[in-house]
Design a protein around this ligand. Sequence first.
Ligand code: FES
Ligand SMILES: [Fe+2]
Length: 362
Amino acid sequence: MQLNTVKQNISQSETLPADFYSNTKLWEAIKEKVFAPSWQYLGDQQQFFGGQETIYPITLLDKYLDEPLLLTKDTEGQLHCLSNVCTHRGFLLAQHPAKDRKITCGYHGRRFNLEGKMEFMPEFKDAENFPRPCDHLHELPLKRWRQFLFTSLEPKIDWDEITGELDRRLSFLPLEHFRYAPAYSTEYMVHAHWALYCDNYLEGFHIPFVHHQLNQMLDYGAYDTEVFPNMNLQIGYSSVEGEHFDLPPEHPDYGKKITAFYYWIYPNLMLNFYPWGLSINVVRPLNPSLSRISFITYLYDEKKFLEMDAAALTDKVEREDEFVVEGVQKGLRSRFYKTGRFSPRREKGVHHFHSLLQQALS
Ligand code: FES
Ligand SMILES: [Fe+2]
């Protein structure tokens, strides 16, 4: 299926076609061409290695990329992201987080060090040309921004460009004091294609229609979107006194009453910074009509979080979003809907997303 409806000029462009969201060949192509080359959020360094553990197995995008990975902390304290699959016959190496000095396969005893180097294999004395480089564990790039870890299966996106923009606007925040709050973190199952969830996130256009309570707190007229390579930012301005960031004079937005920086990082990560802390959203594709959305909350100013009733508001806004996103999922089945158009003023973020998808898939 050839995608060609998205034009560079938003004033002339159409959206991605309805078929994009249901075509099974595209679903597979998105995995290889959109997700595999992208940077994926793994979690918080503290969450993995805050205790004694030296190995921590994870699955990258369970049920979609479904890649078994192993985070390790070597004897020097360096972190690594390795394949969690034994190079002998493919057994899964670690099943649980553990404090081990070596990674030993439970099937036939092949042993690796914490950097993924194969060190020992029983009964292989007569094997010729062994070990070869491919008998060590594949190591993936492991990137860090503050306490957050990321990896990519086949990196093709400039990581420094992304963190450069995050630093430019967020370095005034003491992120090292942000604390993970499991009590306020949750997951939502949404009966819609993952990209529809992102489409909706990427515009504030629907706020006055869909989020009445949120709309009272935001200055809709000032709401803005800035586009960067492989990421974009929506800025929410406060219409309520005292509920905005205290920006220092050297900040690019100094003097503005900003209440939220909503960063979207291609293709499926959202970093929402508020005066009370951070909400990370990871959009996890499950099938073309089902997605799991992780909401991971970090508190900085708990008093403000409680005062603003942020937990209840976030949940309300999420359910309102699910209602429209699931409605679109159903609407796209119609034989009469092919593509739509963009509001040049209000849908820059969605246009950016659709442009990136079309480009990656053509
Ligand atoms: S599969 Fe790991 S040693 Fe055989
Ligand atoms: Fe929304």
